[in-house]
Design a protein around this ligand. Structure first.
Ligand SMILES: Cc1ncc(COP(=O)(O)O)c(C=O)c1O
Length: 373
């Protein structure tokens, strides 16, 4: 098919319909409450200097997908869980860090379709308190196996994870189970389809509102979300460039992986669009001391959105993505006359696992700041 005249790279509205049709032919179980809201954050813009300094900011609220407290993984899991059911799985298995939102949402998705979940979580001894996402894993009845985390704080998971996973799978099979492995972050070509669909949903909302944003900010971990957004934006002829903000190390390999799974998703859709590393811009400036470790910018971002809009970010992903947006506004790297989208990918349960640190570094509002203004 010609990449310009078919649905594989042109700019007309028909293409969006064709992509939507291709997605509809792939099995999917409804897990998320969709569409998620899109709304303007006017007070945040004011807090960042107003129209002279800050672009209009539209918040896409994927923290409100509703699967056991919401978040981005619900969109990916709709396709992955359908695949598990099709293959006759009796149990879901996945991995992540101690406070993995993906693990919590996989456990909830399993329950929604009648499957238990077994989790392998990379967690240091001090991170194993039953709090935040780990508490929710417990309430959802997920089986948890802990492994030591990576000694390199830039990495998402520990060195023993693969071995523990293989051992767990063998033990489950010996018990007569048929385990379905959901890879880290649900970031496979099938999982990526969740955010191709998400990009189409967003495009419909932007078109209906007459908006043509120039950039979309999103937190990047295992990269499946960004992969789906970049592919979806290309297929839908979106006006914006996806601007990823990394929360862990791993580049350039992570970008290579994003390209691979995005192109795998394009293949599943029967599209001949192929992305390259140049399609993925990922800001590396907000990682700080490592994955899950706060920075001044991330704590400030949490406070800023909470106190300007009454909206909570999470400490691991969205706080760093918002810190990236704030830094760009302050550096004049985004045109104040433009509009940007910030994708809120959820993750708030982890706030409670960071309570002591956040309480210590967040100033109480004494009214003095307001009096000064
Ligand atoms: C709240 C939140 N935001 C963003 C991400 C990043 O998504 P991805 O792993 O697809 O890059 C995650 C991944 O776990 C997440 O939990």
């Amino acid at each position: 098919m010609d990449g310009r005249t078919g649905w594989n790279g042109s700019e007309d509205g028909q293409m969006t319909t064709s992509v939507a049709g291709a997605i509809e032919r792939i099995p999917r179980v409804p897990l998320a409450t969709l569409p998620t809201p899109l709304h303007e954050a006017r007070r945040l813009r004011d807090a960042l200097g107003g129209p002279d300094r800050c672009p209009r900011i539209l918040l896409k609220r994927d923290d409100l997908t509703g699967l056991a407290l919401g978040g981005n993984k619900a969109r990916k899991l709709e396709f992955l869980v359908a695949d598990a059911l099709r293959g006759g799985a009796t149990i879901l298995v996945t991995t992540g860090g101690a406070q993995s939102n993906h693990a919590r949402m996989t456990a909830a998705a399993g329950r929604m379709v009648g499957l238990p979940t077994s989790l392998v979580l990379s967690a240091a001894a001090g991170e194993r308190d039953v709090q935040g996402n780990l508490l929710l894993d417990r309430l959802l009845g997920a089986e948890v196996t802990f492994v030591e985390p990576a000694s390199d704080p830039m990495k998402l998971t520990g060195p023993d994870e693969a071995a523990a996973l293989a051992e767990l799978e063998a033990a489950l099979r010996a018990r007569g189970e048929r385990p379905y492995l959901v890879p880290l972050g649900g970031s496979t070509p099938l999982g990526v389809l969740g955010y191709v669909a998400g990009a189409l949903e967003l495009e419909g909302q932007l078109e209906a509102a007459g908006e043509r944003p120039g950039r979309l900010y999103v937190a990047c971990g295992s990269r499946g979300t960004a992969a789906g957004l970049v592919l979806g934006a290309r297929l839908a002829g979106a006006s914006y460039v996806v601007h990823g903000v990394a929360v862990s190390g791993g580049d350039p390999a992570s970008t290579g992986f994003a390209v691979e799974i995005a192109n795998g998703a394009a293949e599943l859709l029967g599209s001949d669009v192929r992305l390259t590393t140049g399609d993925f811009a990922t800001d590396q400036s907000q990682i700080g001391p490592g994955y899950g470790r706060s920075t001044r910018g991330s704590v400030e971002a949490i406070e800023l959105l909470a106190r300007s809009e009454g909206i909570l970010l999470d400490p691991v992903y969205t706080a760093k993505a918002m810190a990236g947006l704030v830094a760009d506004v302050r550096d004049g790297a985004v045109d104040p006359a433009a509009t940007v989208v910030f994708l809120h990918t959820g993750g708030q349960p982890a706030l409670f696992a960071h309570a002591a640190e956040l309480a210590a570094s967040t100033a109480q509002d004494t009214g003095e700041d307001r009096a000064r203004r």
